[in-house]
Write a protein that binds this ligand. Structure first.
Ligand code: IPE
Ligand code: IPE
Ligand code: MG
Length: 251
């Protein structure tokens, strides 16, 4: 089974090891601050270490041929952190895209940014727009990166777009369905979230994918994000496989 993993001498699983895999995984990468504190490091180092985890998790998601991965990288509420921390995160955004874009594009990964890009400084905005443009026609893993993302803001945006079309006569009120709404979310045409993972033991959604998680299975591993390994991820995926999804029916 799997490939030998040098970091902790445990095997990494391959697609064949799973009876059932989610089509869409969403992750709230939480615990960078606590990890930094635990190691008596600056919070920026926690975020930096978190990016290392992210690289491995993206790679493994792609190896497993999962269709979509959505990661919560920066919420609309995260602007309320200190100026230094926000600046460190802005720098990490640049570093991440500059160092990863070639490999992701080569792997046929399609990058989408979920969230309003206009508020970002110009350099960041340019890098985000370019990543989306460059990978836009790729047909492999869809990698949704939530930046300046808020689930409520996303729903307001969708509601406004529907209201505008109704007002313009392009859409009849009677034709507004759940599909109409989901078509206007950032995740249009993607499957709903099957599995939502939040690390660090916190058990809340923090304004993440409010609509798309309607029937998601939730897992809350206690491990802090920088310590989250590919093996922890495999365990989460296996746990997902053991869940009975009823969607309201009696099985
Ligand atoms: C999550 O880690 C990363 C971002 C919000 C960008 P935190 O920074 O929230 O880590 P904790 O919750 O303080 O440990
Ligand atoms: C959610 O984590 C946002 C990201 C992981 C980017 P937070 O750490 O910001 O959420 P709260 O404040 O603990 O709910
Ligand atoms: Mg947190």
């Amino acid at each position: 089974m799997g490939i030998f993993h040098p970091r902790n001498h445990r095997a990494i699983r391959t697609r064949e090891d799973f009876a059932k895999l989610p089509r869409h995984v969403a992750i709230i990468m939480d615990g960078n601050g606590r990890w930094a504190k635990k190691h008596k490091l600056n919070v920026a180092m926690g975020h930096r270490q978190g990016v290392e985890t992210l690289r491995e998790i993206i790679r493994h998601t792609d190896d497993l041929r999962i269709e979509a991965l959505t990661i919560y990288a920066f919420s609309t509420e995260n602007w309320n952190r200190s100026r230094e921390e926000v600046a460190a995160l802005m720098q990490l955004i640049l570093d991440f895209f500059r160092s990863e874009i070639d490999e992701l594009d080569e792997k046929n990964v399609r990058i989408l940014i979920l969230g309003e890009k206009d508020v970002f400084p110009e350099k960041q905005r340019d890098v985000l727009i370019e990543a989306e443009r460059r990978t836009g026609k790729n047909t492999g893993l869809t990698l949704n990166i939530c930046l300046n993302y808020g689930g409520r803001a996303e729903l307001v945006r969708a509601a406004k777009s529907i209201a505008q079309d109704v007002k313009d006569g392009a859409l009849a009120l009677a034709d507004v369905t759940e599909q109409t709404l989901s078509d206007r979310l950032y995740t249009a045409n993607q499957p709903d979230v099957d599995l939502m993972i939040r690390t660090s033991g916190e058990m809340r959604l923090s304004n993440f994918l409010l609509y798309q998680c309607a029937y998601a299975e939730f897992l809350f591993p206690k491990v802090l994000w920088p310590d989250f390994t590919v093996q922890d991820y495999d365990e989460a995926l296996l746990a997902y496989g053991g869940r009975e999804r009823r969607f309201g029916k009696r099985l």
